[in-house]
Design a protein around this ligand. Structure first.
Ligand code: FMN
Length: 216
């Protein structure tokens, strides 16, 4: 009944499949700016994601200021060099960690603090920190990740390319300082956004049968 009301034509469902199957990570961008209305529309869709207790912990920082983007890239490069030297390794930055610096827009995605009720109960029950964490499994980060996946698909549907990036989090405190992320929020990922410069091939997937078990 619900589907009949809101999806009267089969082709809408087809479009959904096309968006999911056609999306891929883009790491080369054209310099064309992305209109603010398009960004807001994508983010509005992203905020339709499911979230634990509907707490909507996602926070978005849309960065188009080239100097700020360069400062974030510099933070990743210098923090990578510092950490690698502590590990006795030469200072070199994985190009996959600075993809965002080549995009006209970076959307930094943060997670607001979330006090789960289950956590409180587990703590009161006397479970240690590690055990509590393993029984909760970060519903806050799961919620933010759900929103990021929708954001990527919404961008793809509009002809934009994206790259979801966690590697820059090596410089999380420094990037948070550049963006002025307040206390009580933690940066989770960067999403590079812009018109794609070329279309890379689709990355392969494990067959669904391989990753699925029916427990009948
Ligand atoms: C949580 C997460 C973190 C990722 N971090 C990076 C990253 O730091 N740099 C990068 O170039 N790609 C990153 N990716 C993109 C993956 O490499 C990519 O999604 C994967 O290879 C599948 O390719 P596809 O997105 O084209 O389907 C990340 C993806 C996810 C979901």
């Amino acid at each position: 009944m619900y589907l009949k009301t809101f999806l009267p034509r089969g082709e809408i469902l087809m479009e959904f499949r096309k968006v999911i199957e056609g999306r891929r990570s883009i790491r080369q961008f054209l310099p064309d700016p992305v209109p603010r209305e398009d960004i807001m529309d994508m983010l509005r869709l992203a905020t339709q994601a499911a979230s634990a207790s509907n707490r909507q912990m996602w926070r978005f920082y849309v960065v188009t200021d080239g100097e700020k983007i360069a400062a974030m890239r510099d933070a990743v490069v210098s923090e990578t060099a510092r950490v690698r030297s502590l590990a006795g390794k030469p200072a070199e930055t994985d190009p996959f960690a600075v993809v965002f610096a080549g995009a006209p827009v970076t959307i930094a995605v943060a997670c607001a603090a979330y006090a789960s009720r289950t956590r409180a109960i587990l703590e009161q029950a006397g479970l240690d920190k590690e055990e509590v964490a393993s029984r909760i499994q970060r519903p806050d980060i799961q919620s933010v990740a759900a929103a990021i996946q929708i954001l990527l698909c919404a961008a793809h549907e509009k002809g934009y390319g994206t790259c979801w990036m966690s590697a820059p989090m090596i410089a999380r405190p420094q990037i948070e300082a550049v963006l002025g992320v307040p206390e009580g929020e933690a940066l989770c990922a960067l999403v590079a956004l812009g018109r794609p410069d070329g279309l890379p091939p689709k990355t392969p997937r494990r067959p669904v049968e391989e990753v699925t078990r029916f427990i009948d």
